[in-house]
Design a protein around this ligand. Structure first.
Ligand SMILES: [Zn+2]
Length: 256
């Protein structure tokens, strides 16, 4: 995998955003494989016209590229808030690729976030534009990746190091069961995965999970059986191979 964006591609272009877009999209098309099936390359071009989305012709997964130049941050500015919110709740929502590169055009981080990890709280509303702005009152959004469970942010390149492809594919596969769930069950599982992120150790106890009862009660105020729900969700995660039951109220995460 070549971690340099190809600057020779954009010599004839004057507009900086256009230059950046061409370099990034051609880099993804040349270097990135489909995290769902491993097929390479994935298509970024239809009818010889560059488009923002990537499409895998093997498995039909779709990816939308978001990027950030400079320091890696978990907050990525995006377009209109209402449009984004509508998109993440629709059937046609793509998976997201996040690309972070240095001012010297070297790729530092590249991650995929499967679409079902995008809950409305990941999309944060920005302040409306000031009355002096050209598009006054327009409300944009930020994507806050910190609000995605760590299992939902799968790095292909991390801190300039390329992650083993088999590891990436198996991590992606391990999240696919979430796609089959109804929105309600998926919401619970994503909350439980987030609670697991907050436990710093690999092994944990049921009591440590019960400590999130108040947090979960705030998320689901109508549910009066939070502890039962926690145990039930842990069983689902065990059946999906994400955690192991060690017995005696002790568990082990199978992925860090
Ligand atoms: Zn594919």
């Amino acid at each position: 995998m070549n971690l340099s964006l190809d600057m020779s591609l954009v010599e004839g272009y004057k507009s900086k955003p256009q230059q950046a877009r061409i370099m990034k999209e051609s880099w993804v098309a040349r270097n990135i494989y489909c995290p769902n099936c491993g097929s390479h390359p994935i298509n970024g071009f239809e009818n010889n016209r560059p488009v923002a989305d990537f499409y895998c012709s093997q498995c039909s997964e779709e990816y939308e590229l978001k990027s950030k130049n400079g320091k890696f941050s978990s907050i990525i500015p995006d377009g209109a808030y209402s449009t984004m919110l509508e998109r993440i709740q629709s059937e046609r929502n793509p998976n997201f690729f996040f690309l972070n590169y240095s001012t010297e055009c070297k790729v530092k981080n590249f991650a995929v976030v499967p679409k079902y990890f995008f809950t409305p709280e990941v999309i944060v509303k920005r302040k409306p534009l000031a009355p002096t702005a050209r598009r006054t009152g327009w409300v944009g959004c930020n994507i806050d990746i910190r609000k995605v469970s760590t299992r939902g942010t799968i790095f292909l390149i991390k801190d300039s190091l390329v992650v083993n492809q088999d590891e990436v594919l198996s991590k992606f596969q391990q999240t696919l069961f979430l796609r089959e769930q109804s929105a309600g069950s998926r919401g619970w599982l994503l909350e439980i995965l987030k609670c697991l992120d907050w436990i710093p150790t690999n092994e944990f106890t049921l009591n440590e999970m019960y400590a999130f009862e108040d947090y979960l009660k705030r998320r689901y105020p109508k549910n009066n059986y939070i502890k039962d729900k926690i145990r039930q969700q842990l069983q689902v995660l065990r059946d999906q191979g994400m955690i192991e039951f060690l017995g005696g109220g002790r568990y082990k995460k199978l992925y860090l």
